[in-house]
Design a binder for this molecule. Sequence first.
Ligand SMILES: Cc1ncc(C[n+]2csc(CCOP(=O)(O)OP(=O)(O)O)c2C)c(N)n1
Ligand SMILES: [Mg+2]
Length: 335
Amino acid sequence: MPEAGILLDLYRRMVLARRFDVQVTALTRQGRLATYPSGLGQEACEIAAAAALADDDWLFPTYRDSIALLARGVKAVEILSFFRGDWHSGFDPKQRRIAPQSTPLATQALHAVGFATASKMRHESVATLAFLGDGATSEGEAHEAFNFAAVWQAPTVFVVQNNGYAISVPFSKQSRARTLADKAIGYGMPGHFVDGNDVAAMYAVITDALDRARNGGGPTLIEGLTYRMEAHTNSDDPSRYRGDEEVERWRVLDPIARIESYLIREGALTEKLRAEIADAAEQLAAETRDAMNESPHLDPLELFDHVYATPRAALAEQRDYLATELESSEARHLS
Ligand SMILES: Cc1ncc(C[n+]2csc(CCOP(=O)(O)OP(=O)(O)O)c2C)c(N)n1
Ligand SMILES: [Mg+2]
């Protein structure tokens, strides 16, 4: 069991993450963001991974993992520029050592293995951690990443968040395997099936796997069994494929409530500290709201920058066409 100081830090980051997540979902309803895949209910996996990573390690996240970025220190407004429809990620990957959030399923797992292999060849002591969903494990890229990570003994930790669904497809239609962690045997790496709503367990298992990776022990596949409490994104209606009883069964296993009651029982979390953390979470929500209520100043013509070092004629033509369109629509607005 990690020591109380670490558990308190995990608890604090989970509370902030949840408040952020709830706030962002509200902002999508107000039309301030195009889309948001919520991590509500998955805080134990997300925060344990973010906290277990060393400063020099790299995180390879998916669209689902915004709260892990937050927990690793990326500013809310930088995370959200992507979900506002900006065409590139709003944060500098090198600053916090986080790759851009990947939407094409499982591609980030290959990037994590490639990056880790390069680091190993340079004799650096760096591990990479790739998040994947349960559905993503059915992609060819996941197989390629698992296989070559094991063959090359890449310092990569795969954290599969089995949240029960790939949009509307339940896990029972995704895999016949007893657990996804079992698949590790076939690739020749250790696999761990973990209660993904137990932050202490997730933190302990991920920390060990990262240490092992950094010390030349190769990759590990970790499956955290958890649940997506919200819709897939704000454009999904989960009542079409799952019942309220199932959601309520998982609500009882809420990862924040579990660690909170443990820390209170142990005397580590006082009422004063709990209130301070709640205040910090409210402040984060208010800052996020304020930042999102300002409209971004985006230049649609930026789309054409950085495509080619020397712009091609066809692209230059399209750029001119868009510039004329924008000028005339501006003129229409002004008249
Ligand atoms: C290669 C690819 N195919 C299909 C999609 C469409 N898609 C987006 S999310 C998703 C479900 C993924 O489920 P899972 O891996 O369990 O992750 P979760 O959303 O539950 O976190 C699908 C099929 C995609 N983004 N990329
Ligand atoms: Mg899933």
